[in-house]
Design a protein around this ligand. Sequence first.
Ligand code: NCD
Length: 331
Amino acid sequence: MPRHLLSMADLDAEGIRTILDTATQMHDVQKREVKKIPTLRGRTIINLFFEDSTRTRSSFEIAGKWMSADTINITGKGSSASKGESLRDTVRTIDAMGVDAIVMRHGASGAAHQVASWVQAHVINAGDGTHEHPTQALLDAYTMERRLGSLEGRHVAIVGDLTHSRVVRSNLISLRRLGADVTVVAPPTLMPSGIGTWAQREGFALSHDLDEVLQAQGPGRPVDALMMLRVQKERMSGGYFPTAREYTVGYGLTRDRLMRLTDANPHLVICHPGPMNRGLEISADAADAAQSLVLDQVSAGVAVRMSVLYHLLAGADDPIGAVATNEGSAA
Ligand code: NCD
């Protein structure tokens, strides 16, 4: 296991498999009445979030607590960063207290990498600008595998605001390493520059036509999983599409598209990392459909983050099998 988890590229296929397998055991802990295992007793984890978050921050906090670590939350607004302290001084201050891990989210791409070079603690990237969000990709893979089985040869379409999405960048690495075929779909204005070269190198497909991708037939081609991405308005400085209505007509998972799709492929699953813009990239019908895995993704987020913390902080020194079966089981 790497010392830090900064990018999905830090994990090869075997590393991803190890994290996902342990997450299955952690998911069992999550289902118990008494959700507590001693695995990280005596360790301290700081969640340092300079950007807003509901799912990621609380699931890291819950994951740490369920493994008996001491977890502390610091937000940008509540820290000395708001008094002008530099990121380097902030993280070195935290590190000097002797913490074991810093889970961090920051608006600047590359921030987690920088922090890792300044501190002794393990660093986990919980989202850096438009760059990466590796634990999201791990929980996405975990959730899809639970419903679809192995992702080898499965076709995943990732649709929406690719330019501003750190989720897509991490997912492209993990899905390709797990053997999935991937098509990314976006209007030309929301395709990141240089994506053509990247697609050639990593072997994924590009499209501007959602309906064409969804209608594709033939062996291995129909879409097995549809991952809708949020239109990230907070990162947009100008007009990337004429109107919200036009975006929805071209790229939204509308009720109409959902019906056509599920008629053609009843096994299709729908993912969204959240938070959702209902009515923009995903209709309420699709978000709440039987095929939607949105809440499964949230639930998997805790198990996967437990697994990541376990492998980075305790790892092979502390056999999970013994811990997961002997301690904290429901009365
Ligand atoms: C994502 C993020 O923050 O990058 N959300 C999340 O972590 N669940 C995606 C998003 O904000 O659209």
